[in-house]
Write a protein that binds this ligand. Sequence first.
Ligand SMILES: Cc1cc2nc3c(=O)[nH]c(=O)nc-3n(C[C@H](O)[C@H](O)[C@H](O)COP(=O)(O)O)c2cc1C
Length: 405
Amino acid sequence: MRIVLGVGGGIAAYKSAELVRALAKRGDDVQVVLTDAGRQFITPLTFAALTGHKVITSLFASESDSAGTLTSAVEHIGVAQENDLLLVAPATADLLAKFAHGLATDFLTTLYLAFTGPVVLAPAMNSNMWNHSATQANLALLRERGHRFVDPDEGWLACGTTGPGRLADPERIAAAVDFISRRRTDLSGDTVLVTAGPTQEPLDPVRYITNRSSGKMGYAIAEAARDRGAKVILVSGPVSIPAPAGITVEHVRTAREMREAVLRRLEEATIIVKSAAVGDYHLEHVSQQKMKKTAARLSVELDPTPDILAEAGRKKGDRLLIGFAAETEHLAQEARRKLETKNCDMVVANLVGREGVGFESDYNEVTLITRSADPVHIGPAPKREIADRILDQIPVLRLIAHSAV
Ligand SMILES: Cc1cc2nc3c(=O)[nH]c(=O)nc-3n(C[C@H](O)[C@H](O)[C@H](O)COP(=O)(O)O)c2cc1C
């Protein structure tokens, strides 16, 4: 894999040389970008010798290339396009802040904005700097963006204190890179059909019944599947999230429309993820005119909507089916009931109605329930991280499904 390694101005910069060796041993081609502060701690010559490539130290080519020849007029764009993964180690507090807020003041921070592939950050700093609310807020922003962190170890720090902040062992960082690189293509050849968001069940031309689902979890799953090489079809209820690039989106409004779209696209899919919060009831005969307000009590009789998950379960064949159970109580029992009665391969169970996670939030906390593996608890974590952890289960689900045949 082609990796850009950004090295910031931290005392642990010397460990990045060991990291380059660990990556090279795995067969990775590493291009080092050294910040001005990084150069105070380690020389470009060390990295040039270890990687066989000139080290980029400046945004402006004349400074960056001692021979004075331009490899590309806009080198940061070229480097962003030519590489598969951006790794930053040590990621200093300053770099985390600049990445979080989109500052582009040197080669590495400009490259970060131009880079569209996976980003792995290995922070290292004094414990107080790590624990500072500013750093923690920046970390939260970057995690929400879907970047992977190799968190620092606890222990003795060069500043003479002990605590969290020591750069993770280079082998641990290389292993995380290895894991991400496997994720990059593990769903190529699959077509993933994802449903997301709420449905709207009309009462009259201006009123409808809906729920608090924002669609963020389903969109995160769709994007994660796309980034892992899958073809993705997203059937989305009404949400305010823009359509993600590289994904076919079918917009629907009601549970019936969602059922129709899911059944129409089912044949194409190899994996179905039903994360939409489909309304359970609808009004069979919707008034053509707006209902007038009167002083009398209003009663409406609602009928159940079609059970799309159960129908998909009956028709799934050898496709994998992942359902969601959003409950306010008896979560595990309800998830197991869904797993059995709807013929799911896995149910993602989440308690809703709590502050900070679930509906509308960027975070979630879930338990993955399968037929034979132990339940897996994930979170609280950003929805994109939860999405990847759900998709990480696909090989296990295939194994379980296969051994059941
Ligand atoms: C001796 C010394 C050690 C430093 N170690 C760290 C460190 O481990 N982590 C960190 O975030 N900043 C550290 N700093 C501060 C950074 O060098 C400083 O914030 C710098 O602006 C970071 O530049 P960068 O964005 O190129 O990484 C250190 C500074 C000095 C003088």
